[in-house]
Design a protein around this ligand. Structure first.
Ligand code: NAD
Length: 278
């Protein structure tokens, strides 16, 4: 079994993508903390895993406070004595076109995604260092990678997670803690709530679980700082942003130089060729 003896915290795993990966983690031998701010689903999911013979504890708290992050880590330490893996999966949507978006819709989405990653990751670093290493798997979205109408708050939170992943992977390498990020795709309560989304081709949440399990396992012990997408039959590795047009001008650039020498080089180089995603 790929995760035999490992302890994993999965935030927001009372339902959806997180719940499906928790079920596969347990099948592969892991003990799991089922965190969710919604106490009913956290307890139900943990109970169902235990009823099927697995080991799980619920942790009912929000991820976007320092206390919440510490409580999730404490639940793992109290129940299982170590932490090998954290999946920062908890998430929300508060979609609105930008002119109509409120400060609260901005703050709540940024908090759960960007700050939630900070608070939970912070709380697991020392236990992972004590255990000799670990795997942190962050969760972004194609909205964070490519953008989508009505989701500036979500895109900003999910793009923040990409920067967070790159830096944390560099900083934690010396502790043998690897940090990767996944953009999943699945039919869940979250995607059902998006007005106008085409749900007919969306895969079930379980179709992302193998990629997360692989990243939690020792099979990927040398893999860090990478961006993956998964959903249905597709799995992909994404590039980090890279320069696509580079020009040099002796002595630097004036606005005239930009207009006459740089601008003509941009024709046909629009990098926004990505399909819209969620
Ligand atoms: N479903 C998709 O196609 C898709 C696409 C891209 C990214 N994602 C990301 O995948 C993750 C899981 O999404 P999902 O589709 O399973 O959604 P979901 O709504 O089914 O599940 C998310 C869970 O997170 C919990 N949660 C929300 N705020 C929380 C908080 N502050 N603290 C703890 N738990 C909290 C919710 O109660 C819920 O149970 C999210 O980060 C989401 O942004 C999903």
């Amino acid at each position: 079994m790929l995760l035999e003896g490992k302890v994993a915290i999965i935030t927001g795993s009372g339902r959806g993508v997180g719940k499906a990966m928790a079920e596969l983690f347990v099948k592969e031998g892991a003990k799991v903390v089922i965190n969710d701010v919604d106490g009913d689903v956290a307890e139900e999911t943990a109970e169902a895993i235990k009823a099927a013979g697995g080991e799980a504890v619920p942790s009912v708290t929000t991820v976007d406070t320092m206390e919440g992050g510490e409580a999730v880590a404490k639940a793992a330490m109290d129940a299982f004595g170590k932490i090998d893996c954290l999946v920062n999966n908890a998430g929300i949507l508060r979609d609105k076109s930008f002119p109509k978006m409120t400060e609260d819709e901005w703050d709540s989405v940024m908090n759960v995604h960007a700050k939630g990653h900070f608070c939970c990751s912070k709380a697991v670093i020392q236990p992972m260092r004590d255990a000799g290493g670990g795997s942190i798997i962050n969760v972004t979205s194609t909205t964070g990678l490519a953008g989508r109408f009505g989701q500036v708050n979500y895109a900003a939170g999910k793009a923040a997670i990409l920067g967070f992943t790159r830096c944390l992977a560099i900083e934690m390498a010396k502790y043998n803690i690897r940090v990767n990020v996944v953009a999943p795709s699945a039919l869940t309560r979250m995607t059902e709530s998006i007005p106008g989304a085409d749900l007919s081709t969306m895969p079930g949440p379980g179709m992302n679980a193998a990629l997360f399990t692989w990243l939690a396992s020792d099979a990927t012990k040398d893999l860090t700082g990478q961006i993956f997408h998964s959903g249905g039959e597709e799995v992909s590795l994404w590039s980090h942003p890279e320069r696509i047009v580079v020009c040099y001008n002796s002595g630097g650039w004036t606005t005239d130089d930009l207009i006459n020498k740089f601008q003509p080089r941009l024709a046909g180089k629009d990098s926004r060729g990505y399909p819209q995603g969620i």
